[in-house]
Ligand binder design. Structure first.
Ligand code: EPS
Length: 387
């Protein structure tokens, strides 16, 4: 299974190409749109979210709601493109309008400067930020929503929630599935502690008032993942590494932890590892510090991840920067911005984790049609049943 996304933040649309899905997978459009709406939700988002109402369109790979086995191409239109048509037109932009939206003072923390150096976009950093923008995560969520539906056929479920927002830490350690199951998607900040959200909303308001932004920590747990996904036999097949890559590759994520990775590093081995105990449905663990992964292979316990997101880098009270046209000091560019997008990060991570799990699942049980995948999965379940 592979995933490629394309599209600029203020271009006509975002695209996701998901290649390698089996045929015979029935998809629900509503379930994809639900994930897209969940990603847009969250207190602290800026003006852009009032313009967009993300909905999936399918360009290829689906007939009558069922996958064909050919590449699945998903599109999400940018409603804001209407306001940017003359600035973002693929063939001919309007020079006066483009000049008004030209960005020349890179924002510290954004891809602006590094991207301009790399692709020689000195004259207009818009050529960098349009693609670096976290708007792109809508495409990854649409593809992940397909992967979630695939995984649901095999009893796999992924949940998320906000564990810390700025300096307000709600839950310091790794989260359990049960904790994240408390998250109300309609709550303003998607924490597992709805009673604390009013205080957090006031905190976001105060930070907004100061022209500042907030990061935070999100937890993600996948339940029902069979043991044996990933492999210890080759470094790039280790699933912990693949999950960390996918999570770290989400805009603004600066740290990924699997299980109690940070906490166990500070104590002895006897407190770090998860005792193996006999159970009624096979061998289980009395704890899950490993976060469901040993040797880069799933061990049947919940997959537990946390990710830290840096505060949004577009600041209303901008940091010092340099105008690339004059090389003179100038505050960094500002137009509009989110104050925080930590609640959205949880939804994004559920979906990127779903992609990595679906890819590992298909690597192990892959077949051309869903019936082949099911047969292979059931044979494996039978093999494990005797342990
Ligand atoms: C983003 C900047 C903002 C965010 C955007 C990510 O967009 P704009 O520049 O249009 O105000 O709203 O996120 C989304 C549009 C989205 O759908 O998540 C950035 O610079 O990363």
């Amino acid at each position: 299974l592979s995933l490629i996304t394309a599209g600029e933040s203020h271009g006509p649309e975002l695209l996701a190409v998901l290649s390698g899905l089996p045929s015979g997978l029935r998809l629900s459009r509503e379930a994809i749109d639900r994930e897209l709406a969940r990603r847009q939700h969250g207190f602290g988002r800026g003006g852009r979210q009032k313009i967009e109402k993300d909905q999936v369109e399918v360009r290829a790979g689906l007939r009558n709601g069922v996958t064909l086995g050919s590449p699945l191409v998903l599109a999400i239109r940018n409603r804001d493109f209407e306001n940017w048509a003359k600035i973002m037109d693929p063939w001919e932009t309007d020079p006066a309008q483009a000049a008004r939206r030209q960005v020349t003072a890179p924002r510290p923390g954004h891809a602006d400067l590094a991207g301009a150096w790399k692709f020689n976009h000195r004259e207009d950093l818009r050529n960098v930020l349009e693609r670096a923008s976290a708007r792109e995560t809508a495409a990854r969520v649409a593809a992940g929503a397909v992967c979630k539906q695939f995984l649901a056929n095999f009893g796999v479920e992924v949940r998320s929630g906000v564990l810390a927002l700025g300096e307000k830490v709600l839950h310091p350690g790794p989260p359990s599935f049960e904790l994240l199951a408390q998250v109300d998607d309609h709550s303003p900040l998607r924490t597992p502690f709805p009673e604390k959200e009013a205080e957090l909303v006031a905190y976001v308001e105060a930070v907004k008032h100061q022209g500042d932004t907030l990061g935070g920590i999100v937890g993600v747990v996948a339940r029902g993942v069979p043991p044996g996904l990933g492999s210890y036999t080759q470094w790039d097949e280790r699933l912990d590494g693949q999950l960390a890559q996918a999570v770290m590759a989400v805009q603004a994520v600066k740290s990924v932890v699997i299980g109690a990775g940070w906490e166990v590093a500070l104590g002895p081995g006897s407190k770090a590892h998860d005792p193996i105990v006999p159970g009624t449905r096979g061998l289980r663990r009395s704890s899950n510090h490993a976060g469901g992964l040993e040797g880069g292979v799933t061990n049947g316990e919940d997959i537990v991840l946390r990710a830290a997101m840096k505060p949004i880098s577009t600041l209303r009270e901008p940091l010092p920067s340099v105008d690339l046209a004059t090389l003179e000091a100038r505050p960094a560019a500002y137009e509009r911005s989110d104050v925080t997008a930590v609640p959205a990060l949880g939804v994004i991570l559920e979906n990127v984790v779903a992609f990595v799990l679906a890819r590992a699942f298909l690597a192990k049980f892959g077949g051309d049609h869903m019936d082949d995948v099911r047969a292979s999965f059931e044979a494996y379940q039978k093999r494990l049943a005797g342990w």
